[in-house]
Design a protein around this ligand. Structure first.
Ligand SMILES: CC(C)(COP(=O)(O)OP(=O)(O)OC[C@H]1O[C@@H](n2cnc3c(N)ncnc32)[C@H](O)[C@@H]1OP(=O)(O)O)[C@@H](O)C(=O)NCCC(=O)NCCS
Length: 341
């Protein structure tokens, strides 16, 4: 059987090298301006997951043993149980021959066998994956705009100025790798706003584990285990010392020139004081020192999130491409796949 499901610990050094080469062939064909992948801590990246989540990996090799495609499936536990996230790639030279469909069927069968009802996938709007998931009956749930901030374009004088403008009664702290225990509860409280009011300052799809407040500590530890360095700025209200705003960013060992700006959120009663702008600017100044190899920062926002779009534009972020969040019902997907030859 060329298509194989692997247990996390089962990947060999050759598997990791091949996995990385498919990712880089795919990147060169579909998104040539994107940074390339490295094998650094790739095993950790592919196998690490939150304690309640489960991960499955699939590799499809041709008759010569060459890897033609691979897929990863994360099945969420806890509150988000029943949902799985898929990532898959076919090597460009092997596309249009059913590799993608074969991988999708294996993923859907695994999802079904493990009690998963919905599969989600993120797709870059300009790539062939859009046609593929449309063809397989996935529905487009949300469109997010990807914005890029190029390090070489940053106006550091402006950023330093923005980082220093802080409303009276607040202070900022910067933390790398996680946040101290003394801040954990109020941090989780602020983060919970992302779930109740998407689009206010940032948008987070429900299945993104990092917005799951009770599992915060696990989520930072999991990022670290996967080779992803977290950088966090928090706004703290005096005199109580509780977190009222936060912004998180991650730099991965597998693509260290690219930073991913994750969540930014300010508690509702502390909005309109410029905290989000100050936190994001401060984080950039810290990154300049902590991650000197960076080439760019990417972030995603909804078209309707005017406040965060304004802040990002002020910092120098530019919209370059849309990302689609697709979803499919597992039973319907399997029924559709089984009707095909
Ligand atoms: C998406 C991807 C995995 C498809 O792989 P593939 O091996 O070429 O897919 P298949 O050959 O199995 O195609 C399956 C069906 O989708 C259709 N399809 C594939 N690419 C398509 C495209 N660009 N436009 C329209 N339809 C497309 C095929 O025509 C086929 O339909 P059919 O069964 O009626 O013949 C591949 O293009 C890829 O690796 N893309 C980059 C990675 C990526 O962006 N992944 C998405 C995020 S996880």
């Amino acid at each position: 059987m060329p298509l194989k499901q692997l247990a996390p610990g089962e990947m060999t050094a050759d598997d990791l090298r091949d996995w990385c080469s498919v990712l880089n062939d795919m990147t060169a064909a579909d998104m040539p301006a994107e940074p390339r992948w490295r094998t650094d801590r790739l095993r950790d990246y592919l196998t690490g997951s939150l304690p309640d989540d489960r991960r499955f990996l699939f590799m499809d090799r041709d008759a010569d043993g060459d890897l033609v495609g691979h897929a990863s499936l994360i099945l969420f536990g806890g509150e988000q149980g029943g949902t799985g996230v898929v990532e898959m790639s076919t090597r460009p030279s092997a596309r249009g021959k059913g590799v993608g469909s074969r991988l999708l069927r294996a993923v859907a069968e695994c999802a079904k066998a493990n009690g998963c009802r919905t599969l989600a996938v993120e797709v870059i709007a300009t790539t062939p994956a859009v046609g593929f998931y449309d063809r397989h009956g996935f529905s487009r749930n949300v469109v997010e705009q990807r914005h890029l901030l190029r390090w070489s374009d940053i106006d550091w004088e402006k950023i330093e100025h923005a980082a220093g403008r802080l409303a009276a009664g607040y202070r900022l702290e910067y933390h790398a790798g996680g946040i101290p225990d003394r801040l954990m509860d109020s941090y989780a409280d602020v983060k919970a706003n992302l779930r109740s009011s998407p689009g206010n300052v940032a948008f987070v799809p429900e299945w993104r584990g990092s917005a799951y407040a009770p599992a915060l500590r696990d989520s930072f530890q999991t990022l670290a285990r996967r080779g992803m360095r977290s950088h966090i700025a928090v706004a703290i209200a005096e005199p109580f010392g509780n977190v009222v705003g936060l912004t998180e960013l991650v730099v991965s060992a597998q693509r260290p020139t690219r930073a991913d700006q994750y969540d930014t959120v300010v508690a509702p009663q502390h909005r309109s004081y410029g905290l989000a702008m100050t936190m994001k600017a401060r984080l950039l100044t810290e990154l300049r020192r902590a991650e000197p190899q960076l080439v760019d920062v990417q972030t995603w926002t909804l078209e309707t999130a005017d406040d965060v779009r304004w802040i990002n534009a002020e910092l120098g972020f530019v919209h370059d491409v849309d990302w689609y969040d697709y979803q499919a019902d597992v039973d319907k997907l399997l029924a559709r796949l089984s009707r095909k030859p």
